[in-house]
Design a protein around this ligand. Structure first.
Ligand code: HEC
Length: 117
């Protein structure tokens, strides 16, 4: 599984090299970052992609899942990671991918927006 992630990161890394300058120019736009990075596993509409399912991604559209997590839970997971070894916590992940620092709190409303969709 580790190999898969490294392989995936490598491929994504190459793809992103072409986008980084755009991204920097526009600052940290949560929607754009979500589309570039998070949608790979979490899907553009919050439903996990095939790859996301393999990694164990939750379904952001599931109201039961949404209700099971507080905002503080989400922020903690995105900062520190979870017990799931496949989950790369968001903040270091973005730092590594794009060399920018993000406030993970900004992703909470984005994640919440998928509830019940
Ligand atoms: C390589 C696949 C992958 C990518 C890319 C990814 N995630 Fe995740 N995400 C996961 C997995 C797997 C979990 C489930 C973790 C768990 O249940 O322990 C998860 C869980 C989450 C959770 C819920 C945490 C919790 O407390 O249950 C949030 C919020 C989240 N991701 C946000 C993001 C955001 C924002 C991005 C983009 C910056 C992102 N993820 C990119 C795989 C990914």
């Amino acid at each position: 599984m580790k190999k898969t992630i490294l392989g995936a990161l490598l491929v994504f890394g190459i793809a992103f090299t072409f986008n980084i300058s755009d991204c920097r120019a526009q600052g940290t736009d949560v929607n754009q970052l979500y589309g570039m990075l998070c949608a790979l596993c979490h899907g553009a509409e919050g439903k996990p992609t095939e790859q996301g399912v393999q990694f164990g991604s939750p379904d952001f559209t599931d109201p039961a899942w949404q209700d099971s997590k507080t905002d503080a839970d989400l922020i903690k997971s995105m900062t520190d990671g979870t017990d799931n070894q496949n989950y790369a916590p968001v903040r270091p992940f973005i730092q590594q991918m794009l060399g920018i620092d993000v406030d993970v709190k900004e992703f909470v409303p984005k994640v919440r927006s998928f509830k019940g969709k």
